[in-house]
Design a protein. Structure first.
Length: 267
């Protein structure tokens, strides 16, 4: 009788524990949703303020027949429309299931194109982009569109990290490296000597809509990067120190066309 009573009590407690676990998971999910909504609402609110400011300038310029102010107002409207468009595209990218589009490509050329695309925005803030590509890297079967998106986001973030750095005496540098590893993996590294991050910030990077760009970002860029890397069977890691900069490292499987005999696109 004693053991029966003990067994009943244990089962009741286990049931209670399971119920508490379910409630905890549910509350964590609700908290995550709340955090996401709050982050997006804050970001959208800033865009709306920008749009209202642009519309006001346009209205006043039309009344005064002021061509210069009209252009300034319209530029502000266009800029914020672009931010809305970018937000919608990021949300769609994050929400949909994406299959990697494997085809023959040159990883070094993908990295080089990203450097060219970001060169002007870097130059505007006197940031130097350094390219260090592995010459042994040949043609491979990979996911060029996915890789391009990941690198473009990381390089853009690296430039922002330099812009946000309070040490204006520093010569800011963003370095993009490709390395062909022995175990059939290619490594992409994006480093900067900008503001860097503390341990608490690093822990939050790939968890939810977290951003260090107050009023300018939603955190979707890194979430999408992480998602694409995982879809390709790869990994992404980060090393960073406050005031010294950050290094993001992506490792992805690599199939050399010359040695594997791979041809064209794959399903």
């Amino acid at each position: 009788k004693y053991w029966v009573t003990v067994k009943v009590e244990v089962e009741e407690r286990l049931t209670k524990i399971r119920q508490l676990e379910k409630e905890l998971i549910q509350s964590e999910r609700l908290a995550a949703v709340g955090q996401t909504v709050a982050s997006l609402a804050h970001y959208v609110k800033n865009i709306l303020f920008g749009l209202k400011g642009g519309v006001y300038l346009v209205d006043e310029a039309l009344k005064e027949n002021d061509t210069d102010s009209l252009k300034d107002g319209w530029d502000l409207v266009e800029s914020n429309m672009g931010r809305i468009s970018g937000l919608v595209l990021d949300l769609l990218e994050y929400s949909r299931e994406r299959k990697p589009e494997y085809e023959k490509c040159f990883p070094n050329e993908i990295a080089d194109d990203v450097c060219k695309l970001t060169q002007e925005s870097a130059k505007e803030y006197s940031i130097e982009i350094i390219k260090d590509f592995d010459p042994s890297m040949g043609e491979a079967v990979m996911d060029p569109k996915g890789i391009h998106r990941c690198l473009l986001n990381l390089v853009s973030n690296a430039i922002d990290a330099c812009i946000y750095d309070s040490n204006e005496e520093k010569k800011w540098v963003v370095q993009v490296r490709t390395i062909l590893e022995d175990e059939g993996m290619v490594k992409f590294e994006v480093s900067d000597n900008g503001c860097g991050m503390d341990e608490e910030t690093k822990k939050k990077l790939f968890t939810g809509f977290f951003t260090t760009k107050e009023g300018r970002g939603t955190g979707l860029g890194l979430l999408n990067t992480h998602k694409i890397v995982q879809e390709n069977g790869g990994t992404i890691t980060v090393n960073s120190q406050p005031g010294k900069g950050s290094t993001f490292t992506i490792r992805m499987p690599y199939r050399d066309v010359a040695t594997s005999g791979a041809t064209g696109k794959e399903d």
